[in-house]
Design a protein around this ligand. Structure first.
Ligand code: MN
Length: 203
């Protein structure tokens, strides 16, 4: 069976940017629901849970065609929430450093430019989905949007940073003020985590 990464901070520690109630419902109900559904479908299919989830989604053809959408949706739900909840924290690592900062400066001109581009991209997403910073096959950084629970792994891209833009991620705290939630994401982003993922995933 697959599992969600445990939360490494207390549910109230992201306040005032994200409330304890939102973290509780989002992690314990929404994210766990994707996990439970995924495990249930895979058990029904007698899957042996041998692949890491990011490999499972690119090997989706091992499953019957009528089950693939369900597997992908829920596997994406688990992968995307694992990254989202691990790339935010109360630790105030809100500026990139080291090799990752060099890559940001080189490709976006400056951290401020990168931040502005990420915010702009998040603001133009329509419907439910995510904005991601991904690494391409040739080690370039790109900012992309995906809808629903689509994971960048499907396109051979490695996600290293994400903001959840489903209403359940912010509605209790921000209602229609989604852009405030997006701006405040940069108060709880943990660039130590993102920087580590960058270094682990460049070839
Ligand atoms: Mn979510």
């Amino acid at each position: 069976m697959y599992e969600l990464k445990p939360l490494r901070y207390s549910e109230n520690s992201l306040e005032p940017y994200i409330s304890s109630k939102t973290v509780d419902i989002h992690y314990n109900k929404h994210a766990k629901n994707y996990l439970n559904k995924l495990n249930n479908i895979l058990n029904e299919l007698n899957y042996d849970f041998s692949m890491p989830l990011n490999e499972l989604v690119v090997n989706i053809e091992i499953f019957p065609i009528e089950k693939r959408d369900d597997v992908l949706f829920n596997a994406g739900g688990v992968l995307n929430h694992d990254l989202y909840f691990s790339n935010i924290s109360p630790n105030r690592n809100i500026y990139p450093t080291g090799q990752f900062l060099e890559a940001i400066d080189k490709q976006f001109g400056s951290f401020e430019n990168f931040k502005n581009e990420f915010i702009k991209k998040a603001n133009i997403l329509t419907g439910s989905g995510y904005t991601f910073l991904v690494l391409t096959r040739d080690n370039k950084l790109e900012i992309i949007n995906t809808t629903n629970q689509e994971t960048p792994y499907l396109y051979g891209l490695k996600p290293i940073m994400t903001i959840d833009l489903w209403e359940h991620a912010y509605y209790l705290d921000y209602q229609n003020r989604r852009s405030d939630y997006i701006n405040n994401f940069f108060e709880i982003i943990d660039f130590e985590v993102v920087g580590k993922l960058y270094e682990e995933n460049i070839k």
